[in-house]
Design a protein around this ligand. Structure first.
Ligand code: ZN
Length: 452
């Protein structure tokens, strides 16, 4: 056998290896060497297809996303679909899917996710943010990979898999909503949906909405959001020459207030630093703008003390905070009238539900849904971290306002928190494991025969 001939015999397998190199997602190859289970390419493909539909603000392509999801749901015969519109222009569709239970008189289960995402700056990403690049280590890079297109596809894949099990049929109705505009406040999306006749008819008893990634081995779960207050304090005073020292000028009054607010901020932050509270369990008060001075062509007039000065603060209240006591503190200490100060509070969300109760979902035995949810995660070999308050705000607040128990949960463990960040990604194996977790959760929640 000549050496030349030997090389030709090797050429064919080498050619196939090259083909594999081109066509197989690299994660699938890696799994040949590792002990991980093989990657199921179909849910991954769907996840990537959904990620490639650009639903980022300011011009989210809702139509393509809805069409894509309608097509996916049509492959699951047990699902009925409906597209709802709550704006006169009909430009913000909401997709509602339903898997009918055997006893539709029982309160139903709602699984929610949002269609939209925040924008991305492509030049700051290692892979284009709407390409859903599938990297060699199994990471899928895309805007929306964590927040929150993952859960939308996981819901559907879990339902599809459950509906193929002939012996399983939900007892309660299961609804899945894909809502627009969460990232811009939800006002034309979930806020209008929960007020609609269509929503009332669903008779929702329990909701799962988005959560956040967990860098550790435990899944995170959220029972409340913090509520934002935008606070602007304003000082007025006698204007005067830059050289004069006198009491009660606007800048002096404003700076005294800033010191007082900063002391409050430090005291809250100290509780976090001492390990007594999590970041989201305290009131945060962060300065976001200062506005003062008399403009000149080159900047500001330097020999004049201005007659007005104001500062803005982003304040976040956990549901456990007492809003009346904070309002009093603002009026008496942060912007007291006796120091020539006024203030404006813009409350960006509710702190209490329609019965005046703090806007939170109980995560103890008083809430039977909590036990069903927790046991279902454990049954899928998942571990749950201590329930948390979310530092920011989601659509979950609209359901909690109606008194409907709502948990924030996105099954992403061993994953860095990258929502709204550059290079947002989710690993294929984490995404697929999430489908198994949802299968267990959906089976348990829809089979729950207890009283609520
Ligand atoms: Zn989100």
């Amino acid at each position: 056998m000549s050496r030349h001939h030997h090389r030709r015999r090797l050429a064919l397998p080498v050619f196939f290896l090259l083909l594999l190199e081109v066509f197989l997602p690299s994660a699938a190859k890696n799994h040949h060497q590792s002990t991980d289970p093989p990657i199921d390419p179909i849910p991954i493909t769907r996840f990537r297809e959904y990620l490639r539909i650009i639903t980022a603000h300011p011009t989210p392509d809702y139509t393509s996303a809805i069409n894509y999801l309608l097509n996916l749901s049509s492959e699951i015969p047990s699902l009925q679909s409906e597209v709802l519109y709550f704006t006169p222009q009909k430009d913000k569709p909401l997709l509602l899917l339903t898997w009918a239970g055997s006893d539709p008189t029982l309160p139903s289960i709602l699984l929610n996710s949002h269609l939209d995402s925040v924008p991305a700056e492509p030049h700051k990403w290692v892979h284009p943010p709407f390409s859903a690049h599938y990297a060699g280590d199994g990471k899928i890079f895309a805007r929306g990979a964590q927040d929150d297109k993952c859960i939308g596809i996981q819901y559907l894949e879990a339902i599809k898999s459950l509906s193929q099990e002939n012996q399983f049929r939900p007892l309660r109705n299961l609804h899945i909503s894909f809502v627009p505009d969460e990232e811009t406040g939800g006002f034309d999306g979930m806020a209008k949906f929960v007020e609609s006749e269509e929503f009332k008819k669903l008779n929702v008893g329990f909701v799962l909405d988005e959560g956040q990634a967990s860098p550790g081995d435990e899944y995170r779960v959220f029972y409340a959001d913090r509520s934002p207050w935008h606070i602007v304090i304003k000082a007025v005073g006698i204007p005067g020459h830059g050289s004069r020292m006198y009491d009660n000028c606007a800048m002096e009054n404003l700076m005294k207030s800033i010191e007082v607010i900063n002391k409050f901020r430090d005291a809250e932050f100290d509780k976090v630093k001492a390990g007594l509270a999590m970041n989201s369990e305290v009131i945060s008060a962060n300065p976001v703008f200062l506005n003062a001075g008399t403009p000149s062509p080159t900047g500001f007039v330097m020999n004049m003390q201005p007659s007005e000065a104001e500062a803005g603060f982003d304040v976040r209240l956990p549901p456990t905070a007492d809003p009346d006591s904070l309002r009093r503190r603002i009026a008496e200490e942060w912007a007291p009238a006796w120091r020539n100060m006024t203030f404006k509070i813009t409350e960006k969300g509710p702190l209490r539900d329609y019965l005046g109760r703090p806007l939170l979902t109980h995560t103890n035995d008083s809430n039977p849904w909590w036990s069903v949810f927790k046991d279902a995660v454990i049954a899928a070999s998942g571990k749950l971290a201590k329930p948390e308050i979310l530092a920011s705000t989601t659509d979950a607040r609209f359901m909690r306002q109606l008194g409907i128990p709502t948990l924030g949960f996105s099954p992403m463990k061993n994953t860095p928190i990258l929502l709204h960040d550059h290079n947002e990604f989710l690993k294929d194996s984490v995404f697929l494991e999430g489908i198994k977790v949802y299968k267990s959760i959906i089976r348990s929640l829809t089979s729950f025969a207890g009283s609520p």
